[in-house]
Design a protein around this ligand. Structure first.
Ligand code: ZN
Ligand code: ZN
Length: 361
């Protein structure tokens, strides 16, 4: 009984079908108080019915959770996280798209999800098969938390509650982190009493201490309940630390959740010049006929790597929840093939174990 219900709910939350207007010539992502993808036609999404038919009656199957989750997993190195090299950037993959990015005393957390399930309920929905590489109470002080969009695997109620709890705030020297969210999402945070929050449109920048944070485009969609499709925006985020004596300029880019198109990432590359570290999704991409307008596969991820002029990258959005049809260990293998096809050194763009810390050379 639960299985079909679960399937319908999961599928509903995985489809973005409601675009209400024709794309205009001016390629705006604003439309009628909502948001849209400027590089997709209005009817871009294959129908939910077609998806459900494939899932229920065709041979579209979901992989089982792996038995040995430690193949691409290690506990985070807490010693390094709590004693980073001030002049070198580092980034730790905590799980799914949750990354702790640290540079020059500034600690930034992306799309925090520490919960057991990516769902509207902790009783049903996709359950994580790899634990977070560290717990919330093991985090260092957090200056900024960025959110890419409101899907359950990127915006998690229990994690938001824990990151605003008095005990967490006390633990990190008594200052609330600054939450940076895409347009339309600030009101959702009001229920948790979060006041240190700023909503940003694509290309808006904000200086926070020594880092400039910019909200940038991505190709995705949003929905939190059945009737709020695309009422809030989706975004990728760039972080730039200026060069100073003894320090080179450093730019990191967090892709959030996105599909590929040959426009937005080239534009990001032009604006940023060069990206020293890119965090690019590499998982949740099959079946392609349904996912390709909302999620990249590793081949697309490599196109993004090239378009934004990334020097180094690691994969996010994989090895945590079974959300889609590809085998759970396929993304790193497909990424390696995609890099080889593009004659890019595999060292430069790694799938990277959950828990591992990327270190600036
Ligand atoms: Zn999403
Ligand atoms: Zn996602």
């Amino acid at each position: 009984m639960l299985q079909p219900l679960l399937l319908i709910l999961t599928a509903l939350l995985a489809t973005g079908s409601a675009f209400s207007a024709e794309p205009s010539q001016e390629l705006s992502h604003h439309i009628d108080g909502k948001f849209r993808n400027p590089h997709l036609p209005a009817d871009f999404q294959p129908s939910f019915i077609a998806f459900l038919k494939a899932r229920l009656f065709d041979d579209l199957t979901w992989p089982d959770d792996p038995e040995n989750y430690r193949e691409y997993w290690q506990p985070a190195n807490l010693e390094r996280i709590h004693n980073p090299d001030f002049n070198k950037a580092q980034a730790t993959l905590i799980g799914h798209s949750t990354v702790l990015l640290q540079h020059q005393g500034m600690n930034i957390l992306t799309d925090p999800i520490f919960s057991q399930r990516s769902s509207f309920s902790q009783s049903l929905g996709p359950k994580r098969y790899t634990p977070p590489a560290l717990n919330i109470d093991q985090l260092p002080h957090i200056n900024i938390i960025v959110i890419s969009h409101n899907h359950f695997d990127h915006l998690d109620v229990d994690s938001v509650k824990a990151l605003t709890s008095p005990s967490f705030i006390k633990n990190i020297n008594g200052t609330q982190p600054l939450w940076l969210v895409p347009l339309g999402l600030k009101k959702w945070f009001a229920q948790f009493g979060i006041t240190n929050i700023k909503e940003m449109d694509w290309w808006q920048s904000l200086e926070v201490g020594n880092v400039t944070v910019q909200a940038q485009p991505s190709q995705h969609w949003s929905r939190r309940s059945l009737f709020d499709t695309n009422e809030s925006l989706w975004a990728s985020w760039a972080f730039t630390w200026p060069g100073s004596e003894g320090n080179d300029k450093f730019t990191a880019w967090f892709g959030g959740d996105t599909a590929y198109n040959p426009y937005q990432f080239k534009e990001i590359g032009e604006v940023l010049g060069q990206v020293d570290l890119a965090m690019i999704p590499i998982g949740a991409y099959e079946p392609r006929w349904f996912m390709k307008t909302q999620h990249v596969n590793p081949l697309d991820a490599v196109e993004i790597f090239k378009d934004i002029n990334a020097k180094s990258a690691f994969g996010i959005h994989w090895n945590t929840f079974v959300l889609t049809a590809e085998p759970v260990d396929e993304p790193p293998k497909a990424l390696e093939r995609a890099l080889q096809k593009n004659s890019i050194n595999a060292e430069l763009f790694q799938a990277m174990d959950i828990g591992k810390t990327w270190l600036q050379q």
